[in-house]
Design a protein around this ligand. Structure first.
Ligand SMILES: O=C1C[C@@H](O)[C@H](O)[C@@H](O)C1=O
Ligand SMILES: [Co+2]
Length: 299
C-alpha cells in the first residue's frame, strides 16, 4: 500500500479492555501509549484511562510521536434517545476535534447485547423495526451534518450483538443515510458475523468510497465455534480469545489491503485486537501486528 495515503494506529483495548476493565487493569495510560509508539504506531484511539483534557493529553502523546485518530461513541436513536445522544455527541466531537482527529466512530447501541450475558450467536441481538430504522437514519444524518460543520466525518461501526451487525443490516443502514454518513469497516466483526472472508470482502468492495476508518481485527474460528456451541456471550468470547492481531488468526488480509489500495483509500487503519493481556502480552502482539503490516501491506 502507498505509505502516503495510510496512517497506522492501534487501539488501547489490547492493553486495558474498557468493556471488562479487569482485563489489563495493571496497564497504565503512559505504559500503553509508550508501548504503542515503541511498536511503531503513530496513532491510537481513546481508552478510559486517557486524560480527557486535550491540554494534558496532547503533549503526552506528542512526546511519543502519537496522535488520536478516533474514539468510540454510543448512539441510542432507535430507543428514542435523540436529544441526549446529540448533546453527548457534541461534547465528544469537540474533544476529538481539539485532539486533531477528523473521524468520529459511532455505534448504534439501542438494545445491544455486546456487553450482556446473552449468547452473541443466538437470537438475542436487536432487530430494528421500520420505525427504529427511520429514527437511526434521521439521527445519523443529523450527526453527519453536525460533524460536517466542524470539518469532521461521522461513521457507523457495525458491531456484533447490535442492530447493525450483518451485511444486510449494513446495506439497510447505508441505503437510508445520506452521503455525509460513512462506514467504519471492521474486519473482525464482519468475519465473526458471517464466518468467512468472502462476505467480509464484498462489504469492503461495496462501500469503499464511503469507508473512512478501518479496524483491523483478526479472528480465531475455533473460539468462535465454541462461542456458538456453548452459547457464550460476546465478552466471554473476547476473554477466551475470539480476536487477535492481524496475521495471528484466520483472516487473509492481503485482499483487504489490495482492495483498499486499488480503491484509493486514504485514512487510518487501526489494529484493534482485544484479548486477555495476561495471555497475549500487548507489546508483543503490537510488535507482531506492526511486522505483519510491514511484510504484507508494505507499510
Ligand atoms: O471498535 C470496537 C470498540 C470496542 O469497545 C468493541 O467492543 C470492539 O469489539 C470494537 O470493535
Ligand atoms: Co472495532
Amino acid at each position: 500500500m502507498n505509505k502516503e495515503n495510510v496512517r497506522l494506529g492501534i487501539a488501547p483495548i489490547g492493553w486495558t479492555n474498557d468493556d471488562m476493565p479487569e482485563l489489563g487493569s495493571e496497564n497504565t495510560f503512559q505504559q500503553t501509549v509508550s508501548e504503542m509508539a515503541l511498536a511503531g504506531f503513530t496513532g491510537c484511539e481513546v481508552g478510559s484511562k486517557y486524560p480527557r483534557d486535550p491540554a494534558v493529553l496532547k503533549p503526552m502523546l506528542e512526546l511519543r510521536g502519537m496522535e488520536i485518530c478516533n474514539a468510540w461513541f454510543s448512539t441510542f436513536f432507535a430507543d428514542g434517545e435523540r436529544e441526549k445522544t446529540l448533546d453527548e455527541f457534541i461534547n465528544h466531537m469537540d474533544f476529538l476535534h481539539a485532539m486533531g482527529a477528523r473521524v468520529i466512530g459511532c455505534s448504534e447501541q439501542s438494545g445491544s447485547i455486546q456487553g450482556q450475558a446473552v449468547p452473541v450467536l443466538g437470537n438475542g441481538k436487536p432487530v430494528f423495526s421500520d420505525d427504529q430504522w427511520q429514527r437511526v437514519a434521521e439521527g445519523y444524518n443529523t450527526l453527519g451534518q453536525i460533524a460536517e460543520q466542524k470539518g469532521m466525518q461521522v461513521c457507523l461501526h457495525h458491531h456484533m450483538g447490535t442492530g447493525i451487525q450483518t451485511p444486510q443490516e449494513v446495506d439497510r443502514f447505508m441505503n437510508l443515510v445520506d452521503d455525509r454518513v460513512y462506514l467504519l469497516y471492521d474486519t473482525g466483526h464482519l468475519w465473526y458475523s458471517e464466518g468467512n472472508d468472502k462476505v467480509m470482502l464484498d462489504v469492503l468492495r461495496r462501500y469503499l468510497p464511503r469507508i473512512n476508518h478501518v479496524h483491523l481485527k483478526d479472528v480465531r474460528p475455533a473460539i468462535i465455534d465454541k462461542v456458538r456451541s456453548q452459547q457464550l456471550s460476546f465478552l466471554d468470547g473476547v476473554r477466551m480469545g475470539t480476536f487477535t492481531v492481524p496475521g495471528d488468526g484466520a483472516i487473509d488480509f492481503r485482499p483487504v489491503f489490495e482492495i483498499l489500495e486499488q480503491g484509493g483509500y486514504r485514512g487510518w487503519m487501526v489494529v484493534e485486537a482485544e484479548q486477555d493481556p495476561a495471555l497475549a502480552n500487548p507489546l508483543e502482539y503490537a510488535i507482531k501486528a506492526r511486522r505483519y503490516l510491514r511484510e504484507t501491506a508494505g507499510i
